[in-house]
Design a protein around this ligand. Structure first.
Ligand code: SF4
Length: 353
């Protein structure tokens, strides 16, 4: 059977077949991904209204691609007090926002309580808020630094009110690339083990892939395959989020940024290869809003949200990281021929706009 027929018939792709999709005609590839997307979601494009909070940028790890943590290139260390965080949450809730997305650097000086108590405070005062917090990289750091097992940290997260886990820290699973770009951080296997354990607790999470730096196309396919395997086991991932590497203020020194064509190809391939993943996100903070709108025709069915105040990618040069007006966002989705659907954090539909 030809590859195109196999995809149309819903066949599962091998590594080599998936890799060969990069050589397919651009629009043919887009059409195949779009058919998959439409079979799952029609013309609906999901988004949610959330507030990103990045409580500290002081980090015990040194990832080459990172422009967020305080270092020589970014000599601006900060750690928020719980009062400061609660002030943001209070104001966020007052405006009807339903999710706080809390991700920090790996600060070795705050104590475990600083990381955890804030979740309890938020849940106690704002029980309706969904708390998405602590990447697997943070879980690994906290476990190592405070002499706990992953199970213990994950149980504490549940007990303190974390509802779901973000997908950060996955980067690229290939061990060689990882050694080069983020040596010392959570390993690929550990990242996957942590998410498996989280899913075993009946909880959902997302999974990212940082691409457009030193990795090859084969590394991206390998990354997707490892995700597909775990998803077969647990069905705990809501969404795959390809993150476009941002070139500024970091130590990787990538001269040629990835092209829009390559970004869209990667989105489309993800939609085809990840046949067990409900949602593919075009995270416009790293891809730009315009490209995210086009990505809707290349397999992406989620545009994240209005994203109020994001610090991590904006530090690395992402130009659109300070949020977007809701009316404008909805208008852009409609004008591009799709149906904006506001969702909650676990993809229940809240409102069709
Ligand atoms: S990516 Fe995360 S873990 Fe790595 S240096 Fe930056 S803040 Fe620290």
């Amino acid at each position: 059977m030809q590859l195109k027929e196999k995809i149309t018939a819903g066949g599962r792709l091998t590594f080599d077949e998936a890799l060969s999709l990069y050589d397919m005609d651009f629009f043919e590839l887009g059409a195949l991904a779009d058919a998959k997307r439409q079979a799952l979601h029609g013309k609906k494009s999901y988004f949610n209204i959330n507030r990103h909070i990045n409580p500290t940028n002081i980090c015990a790890d040194v990832c080459k691609f990172c422009a967020y943590s305080a270092n020589r290139k970014n000599p601006n260390p900060y750690t928020m007090s719980h009062e400061q965080i609660m002030e943001i949450v209070k104001e966020t809730s007052a405006r009807g926002i339903k999710e706080v997305h809390i991700v920090s650097a790996h600060n070795p000086d705050t104590g475990l309580e600083w990381y955890l108590d804030i979740f309890k405070k938020i849940k106690t005062e704002f029980p309706h808020l969904h708390i998405k917090a602590l990447t697997a990289a943070e879980v690994d750091f906290l476990a190592r630094h405070y002499g706990k097992t992953y199970d213990e940290i994950l149980d504490l997260m549940v007990a303190y009110g974390v509802d779901s886990m973000p997908g950060g820290g996955a980067e690229i699973f290939d061990e060689g690339v990882r050694e080069y770009i983020c040596k010392g951080k959570v390993t690929s296997q550990q990242w996957l083990d942590i998410h498996r354990k989280w899913h075993e607790r009946g909880r959902k999470s997302n999974v990212t892939m940082l691409f457009g730096h030193v990795e090859s196309r084969a590394h991206r396919i390998d990354h997707m395959m490892r995700i597909r395997d775990l998803q077969d086991e647990t069905h705990g991932f809501n969404c795959f989020i390809p993150l476009v590497y941002q070139t500024e203020n970091n130590y990787l020194k990538i001269e040629a940024p990835i092209t829009a064509n390559e970004i869209l190809r990667t989105m489309a391939i993800a939609r085809i290869v990840l046949d067990n993943m409900p949602n593919i996100k075009a995270y416009w903070v790293t891809s730009t809003v315009n490209l995210a709108l086009v990505a809707q025709e290349f397999g992406a069915n989620d545009l994240d949200g209005t994203i109020e105040k994001e610090s991590i990618n904006s530090a690395a040069g992402a130009k659109s990281a300070n949020g977007i007006d809701l009316e404008e966002f909805v208008g852009l989705i409609k004008n591009s021929g799709f149906i904006p659907v506001e969702r909650d954090s676990v993809y229940n539909e809240i409102k069709v706009w």
